[in-house]
Design a protein around this ligand. Sequence first.
Ligand code: SAM
Length: 326
Amino acid sequence: MIKDSYNRRIDYLRISITDKCNLKCVYCTPSKGLRNFADAEIMTDGEIVRFVRIAHKHGLRKVRITGGEPLLRKNILDLISAIKQTGIHDLSLTTNGILLPELAGELKNAGLARVNISLDTMDAERYRAITKGGDIRRVLAAISEAERAGLSPVKINVVPIRGINDDEILSFAALTLEKDYHIRFIEFMPVSSGETWQKEKCVSAAEIMEIISPLGSLESYEFKGKGPSRNYRIKGAKGVIGIISPVSDHFCGFCNRLRLTSNGKIRPCLFSKVEIDIKTPMRNGASDDEIEELFLKAVKIKPERHLIKENMDSPDRINPMSKIGG
Ligand code: SAM
């Protein structure tokens, strides 16, 4: 078990396995000027698995695969299975769902425990507009297939944005009355080169709570292990509502994670530009001990808290989520 300089136990790694995406969500990907990494810049399966194995020796228990769109990666099933074999206890993946319907069963067999599926609207036309061309029927099929495959509980990520989909907050929350989904509202964060971002468009956790209050009293619902999500259950509901509020109320005191970008940089905090390159040393023949040193350094320099609020208006905000790994 490893702790950082602020006594937080670091046991969770989010790995971006590609920066490519098959959707271009208006709030995530800038419409121009974004260059994808060349194939040679992307970590290989062997490099990713090697890093996970080294981190696992220091108590890494939880891995989430993300991107870009992780299901675009060739041999995704082999990669999932190799990561699982390092001994990772809890292996999950965040996806837009477009490629999931045909892969859900195989992903489960390869060792994946759960999926988060991103869905910001239940309206087909609006979905097409937000994602710049996505077909919502694929995502709805993905949710059913994930349930059928036992990739559960199925978590649905919703980013409410004022004037775009905030009128659907109540109906997303109401889904939990009948379905055992976990609906996770994520505050709109100031990432990307700022086409959609305006701080007025961020619907705060407090507003979300207010909007869903007509559905009934909310009971606090805790999961094993601390995470950024504050979780609630409407009295009598089957599912759970989670609210993640990095903007209005940072949760850094509970942060247990590091990120590994698709081009091989460890990022101790999503909102800091500080990164530690592990791919170059690996390709230059670094030993496991040397990579371990870099992992330990990343844990050590993890900042106490992020500075989203302070940097919200800066034109030099952090890279789009597709580049870092959402
Ligand atoms: N392609 C996958 C997907 O769509 O879930 C994984 C990558 S995506 C970057 C991961 C998550 O980041 C999605 O749920 C997306 O809604 C969220 N995201 C992207 N940009 C965001 C922003 N500016 N604020 C909050 N969440 C954001």
